[in-house]
Design a protein around this ligand. Structure first.
Ligand code: F6P
Length: 356
């Protein structure tokens, strides 16, 4: 127990960008590790927005994080973009980055743990370059963050998508139908590729391999000739028609490619086809054991990095080990599926079509 009057150095933690299962597990690990090493923790609310204007934060103690490990979402809430959506303009008198840095200093933070994806770590790197003591934690269901082999949230999204594909098999077979399932992933195909393999899909369409819907139809008819009266098609929301672009349902909001493929397959094959869009189901619910463990490792490692005087870096998984890498390695581009990777070759070897 610490003397209530004794003030301990303070670490801040915030969650930013799209939510992902495992965020609360990171927060729990941060608070428990910080407490054991003699730090107080301020939970910054609503992502970086909590550093703008009047600071919005909650002091988090081990008692406050009881029961968080299996809980989806984030108790601190999060913001996608907000004041930090566009590039920084240092000449702006209301520069949100300058406001955030001042708040970090006013709160006396010896470290700020920024839990988020590529967009979050881009903001974090700018604040780090301005002098803020940042340690990033890699989060996104898309698994598209460079610098780490794996982001937490991805495994749970895979579980949701694979369970959905398993369920679609039975209804597709019962009705001799083509079932198309559209999964998330923004502009990369990790969720589609891995859930397609895990779920035994016949067709996997990903942004990294533009497709011809006629080739997909040919695969459906080939299966028909071989006596397989149904077909399972997994399509990443950012998948692209060869020579075309991704399909958007609104400005900056991917969506609609699944229904396009469904309609075209009905037209080209004469078979009934139906589309299921998993959407935010892949972002919700309790994290898998893998994600709980990875999130816990990341949270503890982030506090230990600060304790060791390491900032301007992001914790990362490299093979089996959690390390820290410069924040510069986590921004500027996204980690895409390599078309000649063993995962793609494995799928092809089992007869999966990528629509080309
Ligand atoms: O980056 C995670 C993600 O779920 C993407 O896969 C998806 O395209 C996007 O966020 C959805 O964003 P929003 O929650 O703002 O609709």
């Amino acid at each position: 127990m610490t003397n209530a009057m004794e003030s301990r150095p303070r670490i801040g933690v915030l969650t930013s960008g799209g939510d992902a299962p495992g965020l609360n597990a990171v927060i729990r690990a941060v608070v428990k590790t910080a407490d054991s090493r003699g730090y107080d923790v301020l939970g910054i609310e609503d992502g970086f927005e909590g550093l703008i204007g009047t600071p919005r934060y909650t002091v988090l103690t081990p008692r406050d994080v009881r029961g968080l490990l299996p809980l989806g979402g984030t108790i601190l809430r999060t913001t996608n973009k907000g004041h930090f959506g566009g590039p920084r303009n240092p000449a702006d008198p209301q520069d949100p980055y300058a406001q955030a840095l001042q708040t970090i200093r006013d709160l006396g933070l010896v470290g700020l743990i920024t839990i988020g994806g590529e967009g979050t770590q881009t903001i974090a790197l700018e604040l780090s370059r301005m002098g803020a003591p940042i340690v990033g934690v890699p989060k996104t269901i898309d698994n598209d963050l460079p610098g780490t082999d794996r982001t937490f949230g991805f495994d749970t999204a895979l579980q949701v998508a694979t369970d959905a594909i398993d369920r679609l098999h039975t209804t597709a077979a019962s009705h001799n139908r083509v079932m198309v399932v559209e999964v998330m992933g923004r502009h990369v195909g990790w969720i589609a590729l891995h859930s397609g393999i895990a779920g035994g899909a016949d067709v996997i369409l990903i942004p990294e391999i533009p497709f011809d819907v006629e080739k997909v139809a040919a695969k459906v008819l080939e299966r028909e000739r071989d006596g397989h009266t149904f077909c399972i098609v997994v399509v990443a929301e950012g998948a692209m028609i060869r020579g075309g672009n991704a399909v958007y349902r609104a400005a900056g909001k991917l969506g609609g490619i699944g229904q396009y493929v469904t309609d075209e397959l009905e037209r080209l094959t004469g078979k009934e086809a139906r589309c299921v869009v998993l959407g935010h189901l892949q972002r919700g619910g309790s994290p898998t054991p893998y994600d709980r463990i990875l999130a816990t490792r990341y949270g503890a490692a982030a506090v230990n990095a600060i304790h060791d005087g390491i900032t301007g870096e992001m914790v990362a998984l490299r093979a089996q080990d959690v390390v820290t890498v410069p924040l510069e390695e986590a921004v500027g581009h996204v980690k895409t599926v390599r078309p000649h990777s063993d995962q793609v070759r494995t799928a092809r070897s089992l007869g999966v079509s990528f629509g080309e």
